[in-house]
Design a protein around this ligand. Structure first.
Ligand code: SF4
Length: 203
């Protein structure tokens, strides 16, 4: 008896003389490939280059961020005087511009750049915060966005330049969506100030 189920149909061609199945699949793949909205390929390519540059200089950014965080902490009395809530909007705007330019920051509000080799994990189309998926391409690019270097491959490379690079091995908590579009600079400062006060009180 002949089995005419779809699984047993020939896969090399759809009709005599027509395109092969492989050609059709290839065409469909090109059509279905993820294309980020509202941005031209040239713009994206430029952004990828800046991201790669930041990863390459991750050691410098690690050093700079420590100095910067300390400076913010020294300013704690000022933030207190202004009010952390009132400072939120202007500081968030500056943070968005600076980190958007350098790291393609998506303002998740809970920055992990210093644990991810200065490669922002929120640029992963699957938004993975703890390492790559199983689909990284042979050339180290993303499965979903073929022209984009996988953020986790870059994170590993960046972490190898950093003094505290082994922080990449720490398990990150899931993203708290309620913190989106808030300033992680201010949050870290406020938390450090509280920790410092608790330490002083305990002595
Ligand atoms: S981890 Fe979050 S805050 Fe840090 S750069 Fe990425 S989106 Fe921005």
């Amino acid at each position: 008896m002949t089995d005419n189920s779809p699984a047993n149909q020939p896969v090399h061609s759809t009709r005599p003389g027509g395109p092969t199945q492989a050609t059709l699949v290839q065409k469909a793949r090109a059509k279905l490939a993820f294309k980020p909205a509202h941005t031209s390929p040239t713009y994206r390519q430029r952004k990828y280059s800046i991201r790669l540059w930041a990863v390459k200089h991750s050691r410098f950014f690690e050093w700079f961020y420590k100095k910067f965080a300390n400076a913010f902490l020294v300013l704690h009395p000022f933030w207190n005087w202004v009010g952390y809530n009132r400072a939120e909007a202007p500081v968030t705007a500056v943070e968005r511009c600076v980190k958007g330019l350098l790291f393609d920051c998506r303002m998740c509000g809970q920055c992990v750049l210093s644990s991810t080799g200065m490669s922002c994990p929120m640029n992963c189309p699957k938004q993975l915060r703890n390492g790559p998926c199983g689909g990284v391409r042979e050339n180290g690019n993303c499965e979903v966005e073929p022209n984009m270097p996988c953020v986790w491959v870059q994170a590993w490379k960046g972490s190898r330049h950093m003094v505290g690079g082994d922080a990449i091995l720490n398990v990150q908590k899931p993203v708290d969506q309620s913190l989106r579009e808030t300033s992680s600079w201010l949050r870290v400062t406020a938390q450090s100030a509280v920790e410092r006060e608790q330490k002083e009180a305990a002595q």
